[in-house]
Every structure is written in structure tokens, then in C-alpha cells.
Design a protein around this ligand. Structure first.
Ligand code: MN
Ligand code: MN
Length: 315
């Protein structure tokens, strides 16, 4: 396994010390040679209710110090197969959402030009629109696995077209995603109109509401989605509020009756074999969860996504 970056072992350096990077991986200022770049996008100016996701990357990195390199359930060994590093945070403009969106998109063009898979720690969900713009410039319209309590398909919010609640309508309008290969999983809660979710079904989106998934093993759903996607380039966007607030209270717009942590693991693990070209984990808002459990869960879900990236094999 020589030559691949490894997380610093908790047996070599106490877990509460050492680098503050994701999983205590090496930090990298250059993209050359990286298969995967983990990065933070510390932003919360696209959110509509509680703020605080600007602190998401910092807490996810802190909680990730507990994670060890081998996946005991699946055997996946991501750091034996891929060169992974933490490239730090994007220098967003915290006084301008539109400028931040430009910065994210341009930064992603640079990452994708090196054929590096970007894995982002948000940030509110508005980061995903500029990410998808860059992804589509490279790969064309992608398949999208979108796990969320919300469909995020509003037309506008306070007249603004680019917010955390409008991302996937814009992505559809702009042709960034393949509508019939877009899967929205975990939708629930109250709406402004009875067709808040279902309008997007008319565009082709495949929607799986949380109440249909209660008590179910999501391995089967993940496998169905994997087969339906085939070998298409696929982006995964994981909103932590897809989980029930019992598991992930530290988020901006919590909704009761959500998915469980085991269901999140079942879903991600079943996506092994999908041609994943990037992923993100968004909406972790540390000020609303002083226990750190939301950040811990987010960090582990990012690890689980690393474990299903193309090229990762099991020991
Ligand atoms: Mn969302
Ligand atoms: Mn949401």
C-alpha cells in the first residue's frame, strides 16, 4: 500500500492531537496526483431558516478524527486504493452568495481538470448548484442521487433564484442532470402546496418519500437505483437533514419522521459499482448540536461514500 496517503493512526498519535484535516489525512495544496480531494465549503448564506453551516467543515473534520481506515462491514479499503488528501476550504465570499457560487464553480473546474473526484463538506445546499455546473461542463448531464428531507425545487425564494431551496429546479432547467436518472430519497414534511414535490416527478425525477421507506432496509432501493443508473457518471448529494432529527439535530431545516442512520449506511453501501464522479455532504450546522453527533454522522457518511468510489476494492 506504499505510496498512498494514509490517515494518521490513533496508535501513533493520539486522536485528540495531530492535523485537523478530514480523518487526519495529509493536507495538500496541489491537486497533482490526487484521485480524490476532500474539501470544505464553509458557507451558510444560502439558507432560509437556521444558519450555522459555515462551521460544518470544521466540526466534520474534528469528529472525523475517530474514523479508522478499514470498513469492517464491507471490507472496503479506500486508502489502499486511492490517493486521497484534504485540500482545505474554498475561499468563499461570505458577504456575497452570488460571488461564492462563482468561486465554487471555478474552483471545481480546476479540480475536475485534474480528473480528481471532489468530495465536499458543506455548507448549506446552495453549494451543490455551482458544483453541478462544473460537473456538467466536464461530464455532461449526470445521474443524481439526492438524499434529503426536501426536494429543493422551489422556483425562487424572496425573488432569489440561487438558494439552498432552489438547487434542483435550476439543475433541471440548466440541463445539468438527467431528469429520469435523478433520485430524491427521504422527502417529507409540510409544503406550501400539495404538488410541491410531485411537480418534479413531471420532469422525470424519481421520488421516494420518507414515509414509504420507514422500517425498510434501503439496500434494495440502493440496488435498484444502481441498476437503473448503469454506468452513467453520477453525482451524490447528501443532505444531513434526510436523517431524522433524533440522529442529526444539528441542521438548518429539520423535519421529523426521517431516515435512520442504518438506512443511510444501507443506501450508500448499495451504490458500490456506480460511476461516482463527485459527492457532497451538506447542511451540518454545529451550533444546533453541541453533542457533535451530527458532525460525527456527517463525517462517517463521507467516509462511507469514499468506500464506494470507483477503484475502491475490499480486503
Ligand atoms: Mn437540501
Ligand atoms: Mn433538506
Amino acid at each position: 500500500m506504499s505510496g498512498f496517503n494514509q490517515p494518521v493512526s490513533g496508535n501513533d498519535l493520539a486522536r485528540f492531537s495531530g492535523p485537523g484535516t478530514f480523518m487526519r489525512l495529509p493536507s495538500a495544496s496541489k491537486l497533482n496526483g490526487l484521485d480524490v480531494a476532500v474539501l470544505g465549503i464553509p458557507m451558510d448564506i444560502g439558507t432560509s431558516w437556521r444558519s450555522g453551516t459555515r462551521f460544518g467543515p470544521k466540526q466534520i473534520r474534528a469528529e472525523s478524527a475517530m474514523i479508522r481506515p478499514y470498513n469492517m462491514a464491507t471490507g472496503a479499503a479506500p486508502f489502499d486504493c486511492l490517493q486521497v488528501a484534504d485540500i482545505g476550504d474554498l475561499a468563499i465570499n461570505t458577504f456575497s452568495l452570488s460571488d461564492s457560487i462563482r468561486i465554487i464553480s471555478e474552483s471545481y473546474d480546476a479540480i475536475l481538470s485534474k480528473n480528481t473526484i471532489p468530495v465536499a463538506m458543506g455548507g448549506d445546499h446552495s453549494i451543490t448548484l455551482p458544483i453541478l455546473r462544473a460537473i456538467a461542463r466536464k461530464y455532461g448531464p449526470v445521474a443524481l442521487v439526492h438524499v434529503d428531507a426536501h426536494a429543493d425545487v422551489n422556483d425562487e425564494m424572496f425573488g432569489e433564484k440561487e438558494t439552498h431551496g432552489t438547487v434542483f429546479r435550476r439543475a433541471w432547467e440548466e440541463g445539468l442532470i438527467q431528469p429520469d436518472k435523478t433520485y430524491q430519497i427521504g422527502l417529507r414534511g409540510t409544503g406550501y402546496g400539495a404538488d410541491d414535490f410531485t411537480e418534479a416527478q413531471g420532469w422525470g425525477f424519481q421520488q421516494f418519500q420518507a414515509h414509504e421507506l420507514w422500517g425498510r432496509d434501503l439496500s434494495d432501493l440502493g440496488a435498484e437505483i444502481r441498476r437503473d443508473i448503469g454506468n452513467r457518471p453520477t453525482y451524490i448529494t447528501y443532505d444531513i437533514d434526510s436523517l431524522d432529527p433524533a440522529y442529526a439535530p444539528g441542521t438548518g431545516t429539520p423535519e421529523i419522521g426521517g431516515l435512520t442512520t442504518p438506512q443511510a449506511l444501507q443506501l450508500i453501501r448499495a451504490l458500490k459499482g456506480v460511476n461516482i464522479v463527485g459527492c457532497d455532504l451538506v447542511e451540518v450546522s454545529p451550533p444546533y448540536d453541541p453533542s457533535g453527533n451530527t458532525g460525527l454522522t456527517g463525517a462517517n457518511l463521507i467516509y462511507e461514500m469514499l468506500c464506494v468510489l470507483p477503484g475502491v476494492t475490499s480486503r
